[in-house]
Design a protein around this ligand. Sequence first.
Ligand SMILES: Nc1nc2c(ncn2[C@@H]2O[C@H](COP(=O)(O)OP(=O)(O)OP(=O)(O)O)[C@@H](O)[C@H]2O)c(=O)[nH]1
Length: 316
Amino acid sequence: MFDTLLAGQPKRQAPLRILVADDQPLNIRILHEVFRNEFEVLMTTDSKQVVTICREQNPDLVLLDVVMPGLNGHQVCRQLRALPETRDIPVIFVTAKNTPEDEVLGLESGAVDFITKPINPATVMARVKTHLALKLQNDLLRSIALVDGLTGVANRRRFDEQFLTAWRRCQREQLELSLLLIDLDHFKLYNDHYGHPAGDRCLTRVAGILNETIRRPDDLLARYGGEEFICLLPNTAFEGAQGRAWAMLHAVQDQGLEHAHSPASAVVTISIGAVTMIPQAGDSPETLLNAADKQLYDAKQSGRNQVRGIELPSLP
Ligand SMILES: Nc1nc2c(ncn2[C@@H]2O[C@H](COP(=O)(O)OP(=O)(O)OP(=O)(O)O)[C@@H](O)[C@H]2O)c(=O)[nH]1
């Protein structure tokens, strides 16, 4: 099952990655020996490092010792489940404590399985492969559920998830967060003149053009609804966001897609509302969305085929 699933995956950039956390270096060495030929193995003896490593290195599975100084395995597991960016990483407890009470406690804290010490290498490998296969299957289903069926770019749900994660990160680290709200100009007239199927093809072309202007791994272009797209630019200052917006506007215009009945231009064009802010504790993500909407409205009012932008002051 594992190899079949792996073969069906979109090509991964890196090998599957496992994090082994145990305060005893000897135990880590034993597990490293079991996995090192098949997976990339991350290791730590410090339970307090597990959440940070998961956030930064996004392992596909965690093997977690239960009894550790500082935070115990159950506490770590609960922390992982509470964070959006780590909650889908499966955790297997590796423990000498295997009474029914221990197992209930472990399952309640969110572990998917238990492996009893002293470990049997063949059993550990089989269990880990089973859970990795399930994780890959979940990742695949999630990725399908998060793509817009018409244009192939991210859908609204994916945007909502990623926006919230970016918002929290920028709030925590006091970074600039920018949003571009993008709308095709006079698209009703396009549909009326060329027909709905041609309108669909036009939307798909524009989505592709916009997506090609995205540069950084954390940037995201999504279809926000109808003929509206949205672009998330975390850790991006106002000038950078404006630059991206104008690059998108020119890229669409330069394609020269005929729009004979548009009062704005002879070709398909877009209008963009751009906003930037450093989120503070009292701010809400809607502030940024509403501001982008207002800027987009201004761009439309000013004749379309325009970028309008604003840098929001933070709350005192
Ligand atoms: N072909 C196609 N058309 C869509 C889709 N989603 C929304 N539309 C059309 O997009 C058009 C949007 O029209 P309006 O909201 O009036 O805006 P507009 O004509 O683009 O005018 P402005 O935004 O003011 O420049 C409507 O005709 C919708 O039917 C889609 O998936 N496919």
